[in-house]
Design a protein around this ligand. Structure first.
Ligand SMILES: Cc1cc2nc3c(=O)[nH]c(=O)nc-3n(C[C@H](O)[C@H](O)[C@H](O)COP(=O)(O)OP(=O)(O)OC[C@H]3O[C@@H](n4cnc5c(N)ncnc54)[C@H](O)[C@@H]3O)c2cc1C
Length: 383
């Protein structure tokens, strides 16, 4: 079957769905979104930890968080969809003097953007999270406005509202080819469908490098496995247990229902699309988790899974129109903290496509062209 559209979006995670919604809300509803999975949310968007935070090290990430979290606050009213926004706070714990210095600079930058984060002492950390073992910790940072959101609620809100506004969002539609057919038009092919459009958006998360190659562009985005374990109910776990991060071990915990969700990033994980749980890493992770949070010792694991970070050389996303191409756009490579930036990104992509450039936030630091100049400062607060 052949179809035409104003915009084709490849990938139906938070980035693709938010972009489809924001385009349709602006009146551009002849949009076709093609998602490979049998349902939406089988990529990173359905496999993440649900954390939202303002505590970043670059201005653009802090601004993406501010805009996105404001949108999450209004989500139930604007989109008729609950997203379970919970401000439990993020507590970064540090055991290294150089990290503490960097976090002082990060907090100063966050404060300059109006974020109420602060550097905390070991005594402050003990008061904020008395459940945590503080061996080796020398300080940290805390922002009470950070917290959690329901990833699937956010995604479904964008999918259903984009459809309500007239966009076409299809599952079971893996893109197998993207070819130029003349007059600035591209033909995007799946097994069952060919869609021709003047504008194509690559929003395929960890698979964006592959999709980019189909369209003839080099997108430096690597898939890196990250795994998570969730415990069954833990008696006496307080409702306001914060999102706690042991930064040097890339080990984190937050409350998930009546239990704890924990993850630990293997910084030596090689790029690959494997999402099986790595048994060796699992054991190391659980051992370290019990050392830091002794109340896990008697807990049972109720769920475990692995997903993929979509990592760029500077841990920053690639956003906007691609140079030297007509009508080719990208929004991908969020390097493990993209769920929380999905709402803002869709709005910015709609501006980029419909107005000829994003204006609500300056996305120049995130454009593909930065790689040609050599990667400069990237995001430091990566877990
Ligand atoms: C374990 C883990 C924990 C995380 N924790 C957090 C967190 O706490 N907070 C946070 O903000 N972020 C977190 N993230 C990161 C976050 O999940 C991602 O940054 C975000 O979901 C990226 O969204 P996306 O739409 O770009 O990608 P995805 O959700 O992966 O969507 C891309 C979609 O493209 C589809 N696709 C791929 N190839 C094709 C093709 N050829 N044709 C059609 N469709 C295709 C895929 O099926 C997929 O559904 C975490 C990620 C992981 C793995």
């Amino acid at each position: 079957m052949r179809k035409t559209a104003d915009v084709v979006i490849i990938g139906g995670g938070i980035m693709g769905a938010s972009t489809a919604f924001h385009l349709a809300r602006r009146g551009c509803s002849n949009v076709v979104l093609l998602e490979a999975g049998e349902m939406f949310g089988l990529g990173s968007t359905g496999l993440n930890a649900g954390g939202i935070r303002y505590q970043f090290a670059t201005s653009v990430n802090i601004e993406l968080s501010k805009l996105s979290i404001d949108m999450m606050e209004r989500f139930a009213d604007d989109m008729d969809q609950q997203v379970g926004l919970r401000r439990c706070g993020y507590l970064f714990m540090l055991d290294d003097a150089a990290d503490l210095e960097q976090f002082r600079r990060n907090v100063a930058l966050q404060n300059a953007h109006g974020v109420p984060s602060r550097i905390v002492s070991v005594d402050d950390i003990a008061a904020l999270a008395p459940e945590v073992e503080l061996d080796g910790i020398i300080g940290g940072s805390w922002c009470p406005r950070d917290g959690l959101v329901d990833p699937n609620g956010l995604l479904q809100g964008y999918v259903s509202n984009a459809r309500r506004l007239g966009a076409t969002l299809l599952t079971d539609s893996a893109v197998t080819g993207v070819e130029v057919v003349g007059d600035g038009i591209r033909r995007v092919k799946t097994r069952a469908l060919e869609v021709e459009a003047p504008i194509v958006v690559i929003a395929a998360g960890p698979w964006s490098g592959q999709v980019g190659a189909m369209a003839g562009v080099d997108l430096p985005i690597q898939p890196i496995r990250r795994q998570i374990a969730v415990t069954s109910a833990i008696e006496g776990l307080r409702p306001d247990f914060p999102f706690v991060i042991d930064f040097s071990q890339a080990l984190y915990f937050h409350r998930e229902g009546p239990g704890i969700l924990t993850g630990m990033s293997n910084r030596d994980e090689p790029p690959a699309f494997d999402t099986s749980v790595d048994e060796e890493w699992r054991l190391r992770h659980l051992e370290r988790a019990m050392e830091r949070l002794p109340l896990l010792t008697d807990a049972e694991i109720s769920a475990e899974w692995a997903g993929l970070y979509e990592v760029t050389p500077d841990d920053q996303p690639i956003l906007g129109k691609l140079p030297d191409t007509e009508g080719l756009f990208v929004c991908a490579g969020f390097s493990g903290h993209g769920l929380m930036h999905g709402p803002a990104t869709g709005l910015l992509m709609a501006e980029e496509i419909l107005d000829g450039g994003a204006t609500t936030i300056d996305i120049d630091p995130l454009r593909w062209e930065r790689f040609g100049r050599g990667v400069e400062v990237g995001e430091y607060n990566v877990v």
